[in-house]
Design a protein around this ligand. Structure first.
Ligand SMILES: [Zn+2]
Length: 449
């Protein structure tokens, strides 16, 4: 048995919690609570359920595969891993990513963006496009971390790749795992074929769902619930209109899922704001900014660099990396003014050390300034493990969280000013009457001891 990797700080983080959560949800759907207990017991992970269900956790490659093996055992289904991948859209996992993918607009564009999507799920393997046609794609996954391959992960990839067209109300793709690192090749190759969408009415409906969702998402996502909430009625109205034209069940389910994902994204953004403004201690506010943003752009690490004050990062960013980011922010006043994406960190002098980082290098970043009432407070930075590791929608979402962070930081400053004004006389800086008595009481108490 491989060692547990529940202290994420020291163990390489290969596989996203999106996958472990998916495994647990699938087993729960098939066998109920008892099945989940049996799964955790068999995998020796009974203590780790909360982390395994956390989409923002990361695990060792072996932990994920052990969970797949246990799922196959508990479900008595040798193809469990493939079925789990194929159920990714039906289960309540990764709604933020699904929403971003639907906004991509077509099956082909999602396979074209496989590099960025895969970066949200795995850091052990790098995905590449070998060939991309109108209705077929050849994709390749290469081990970049030395963990090797595992049959369950290959099967899971087949399932995941097959369900992409279902995002747009289409039947699943056919996936052939034509070359495998487990059979002597130095990488795994997957050949994917899907139906063209213009041939049936069903596909036309799928199109409509996708374009309605995309239309909503091309609006900039504002840093509060209203803007996103306004998207939901647009989609809802579209659903009613299409229902009357005998929409296929598949197309209907696709739209329904899309609406649910919009609602979840709205809720998440709203609860992040509530979370931030309800707490006014600097350390906690900064931690929360970073943690909440992880929910926005799944699979990424985060850093918050302030123009005046301490910087903050999520667990996967080392102090060295933070220092490089601070230098990069300081290298140009533009960083504090407008959002920017760097698709290859190795090409930028200040960021090159991040690309050489071990065990998991960083490949790309996107950054959004924290601006509140013309004050430039700092920069929120999302980091991906591969080149070009962000979806088209990610920068806009990052900006929403940066705007929230700016509001929270400004509010925190105001609060501190008010608190100190209440304590001191604003003209003389001397303690006010009440503070004087409290200070006197403290001194008397001290002398008594
Ligand atoms: Zn393989």
């Amino acid at each position: 048995m491989t060692p547990l990797d529940l202290d994420g700080a020291t163990v390489p983080q290969h596989s996203s919690g999106l996958t472990t959560r998916l495994i647990l949800q699938y087993v729960e759907r098939e066998r109920g609570r008892g099945g989940v207990d049996a799964l955790l017991e068999h995998a020796g992970l009974a203590e780790a359920e909360d982390r395994l269900r956390d989409e923002y956790s990361w695990f060792h490659f072996d932990t994920k595969n052990r969970l797949f093996e246990s799922a196959a055992h508990v479900l008595d289904d040798p193809l469990a891993a493939r079925r789990i991948g194929a159920s990714a859209l039906a289960l309540n996992v990764g709604s933020g990513i699904k929403l971003a993918l639907r906004a991509g607009g077509s099956t082909r564009l999602i396979y074209a963006g496989v590099v960025a999507v895969a970066a949200k799920l795995t850091r052990s393997h790098r995905w590449e496009i070998v060939e991309l046609g109108r209705t077929h794609a050849r994709l390749r996954a290469r081990d970049v971390s030395g963990v090797g391959s595992h049959p369950a992960t290959c099967e899971y990839n087949v399932g995941l790749l097959s369900c992409v067209p279902e995002l747009f109300g289409m039947p699943p793709a056919r996936v052939r795992h034509s070359l495998c690192a487990l059979r002597g090749a130095d990488h795994c190759v997957f050949d994917v074929r899907w139906l063209p969408r213009s041939t049936t009415r069903r596909t036309a409906v799928g199109w409509a769902g996708a374009s309605i969702a995309a239309a909503g998402l091309t609006k900039r996502v504002a840093p509060h619930r209203l803007a996103l909430a306004s998207v939901v009625p647009v989609v809802g109205a579209g659903m009613v209109a299409w229902r009357s034209t005998l929409m296929s069940r598949r197309g209907w389910l696709s739209l329904e899922a899309s609406v649910r994902e919009h609602e979840e994204a709205t809720d998440r953004l709203a609860s992040s704001l509530h979370d931030l403004v309800s707490d006014l201690h600097e350390e906690e506010v900064l931690d929360k900014v970073v943690n909440n943003a992880r929910g926005a752009v799944g699979g990424s690490e985060f850093a918050l660099v302030l123009s005046d004050g301490p910087s903050k990062t999520s667990a996967g960013v080392s102090p060295d990396a933070l220092e490089a980011l601070e230098l990069w922010v300081a290298s140009s006043p533009k960083r504090l003014e407008s959002p920017v994406a760097v698709v290859d960190l190795a090409t930028v002098h200040e960021l090159a050390p991040l690309a050489a980082r071990r065990p998991v290098p960083l490949g790309s970043l996107c950054a959004a300034p924290l601006v509140f009432r013309d004050r430039h407070l700092g920069v929120l930075i999302a980091l991906a493990p591969t080149h070009d590791g962000f979806l088209a929608r990610d920068p806009a979402l990052l900006e929403s969280y940066a705007a929230q962070a700016a509001v929270a930081l400004s509010q925190m400053e105001t609060f501190e000013t008010l608190e100190s004004r209440a304590r001191e006389d604003s003209l003389t800086g001397l303690f006010n009457h009440r503070e004087f008595h409290e200070a006197a009481d403290r001194e008397i108490e001290r002398c008594r001891r």
